[in-house]
Design a protein around this ligand. Structure first.
Ligand code: NCD
Ligand code: ZN
Length: 355
């Protein structure tokens, strides 16, 4: 990484947790990611979810067809685990290089997760297969029992599901996605090198107050939900610590403005347009600019056993105000808006070029 006072060049980063959606939204959002990121792990919770090799390959082709011609980008596809997912399909998909990893959504934990897994026991043979073939398991780590407070769901999941899962499958490679708590940070720090975690830009910037500042602010509602300030600070320490088991995963999760602002607003923050700038802002504030490249461009690839990107990206220091929304043209020609994270705020850096 090279750094002058107002230019910063680093190895091109990858996004290890991304929602691209499908159809017209896919076409509208993809370029924001490919402008900056060389690869991304694409989440399978579209409708219908990605449960077969054929569906994953077709979705991959739709993504590839939508990549802007100026960008080089590799989508890494995931399988959506269900109680009745067939072990052979999972293994074949992994061996063919169609499934890069599999995603475990506890049933009803988040957007489009109603077909998710009802218990760890229900997918025993899938986990055994994944452990044997060294296929990564990506986990949405939240308990879904209705009596568990929403702010405790990640910590409870770690105690009741993740600890037993890791002890039952000690050689399984696991990523605890979009962690939000100091319990998750401490747990990853204390675990074996088979466990890593992604951290989003929004959980580094906001605590739970953001959802209630001056009124109900659905733009800041995502899952796992942002927690208390002390958890945000623990995440900032983890991301900037240089520990290779914490790496970048934006969890950019676009929902049209109307879906965010309905009486039952969707969970998800659309951060793709300024994700790298958003992380950079945090690393600069934490006096850890020298650790950004490893977090954004190296630790994830190393965990997944992929080569590092050779291309570079340069950002310039230049305070700019983030636009309030992006327009999406839907299939029926209606226009709708997507509101980006940091909408209306200032960020101090912006992407200048890729080499
Ligand atoms: C994601 C989505 O909208 O697909 N939402 C979110 O709040 N993060 C799903 C997820 O990752 O939980
Ligand atoms: Zn996600």
């Amino acid at each position: 990484m090279t750094n002058s006072i107002d230019l910063l060049t680093l190895r091109q980063p990858d996004d290890w947790h991304l929602h691209l959606r499908d159809g017209s939204i896919l076409k509208s959002v993809l370029g924001h990611t490919t402008r900056v990121f060389r690869r991304a792990i694409v989440m399978p919770n579209i409708l219908p979810p990605i449960k077969t090799i054929v569906a994953a390959e077709a979705y991959r082709q739709r993504i590839i067809a939508a990549i802007p011609s100026k960008d080089l980008f590799t989508p890494l596809m995931t399988a959506y685990l269900t109680d009745d997912f067939c072990s052979k399909e999972l293994e074949d998909g992994y061996n063919k290089g169609v499934f890069f990893a599999a995603k475990l959504y506890p049933a009803n934990s988040t957007t489009n997760s109603s077909e998710g897994v009802t218990s760890i026991d229900a997918i025993h043979s899938l986990l055994e297969t994944m452990e044997r073939i060294d296929m990564p398991l990506l986990i949405h780590g939240e308990s879904t029992e209705s009596h568990i407070d929403i702010f405790d769901r990640e910590a409870v999941f770690i105690d009741r599901c993740l600890i037993p899962l890791l002890s039952r499958y000690p050689n399984l490679r696991v990523v605890l996605e979009h962690i939000t708590t100091e319990q998750a940070v401490r747990f990853v720090e204390a675990s074996s090198s088979r466990l890593a975690a992604t951290i989003t830009p929004h959980h580094l910037h906001i605590n739970r107050n953001a959802m209630f500042s001056g009124g109900l602010r659905s733009d800041f509602y995502c899952l796992p939900v942002a927690k208390r300030e002390r958890h945000r600070l623990a995440l900032r320490r983890a991301a900037t610590s240089g520990n290779p088991r914490f790496f970048l995963g934006t969890d950019s999760a676009p929902h049209l403005r109307a879906a965010k602002q309905s009486s039952c607003g969707c969970a998800g923050i659309f951060n793709a347009p300024y994700a790298l700038e958003s992380y950079l802002d945090v690393f600069e504030a934490e006096d850890a600019l020298d650790r950004l490249e490893a977090f954004a461009s190296e630790f994830g690839a190393a965990f997944y056993g992929l080569p590092l990107n050779k291309s570079l990206i340069t950002l310039e220091k230049c305070t700019h105000t983030i636009r309030s929304s992006f327009q999406v043209e839907l299939e029926d020609k209606c226009q709708e808006n997507l509101v980006p994270f940091h909408s209306g705020e200032n960020l101090r850096w912006r992407v200048l070029r890729k080499d």
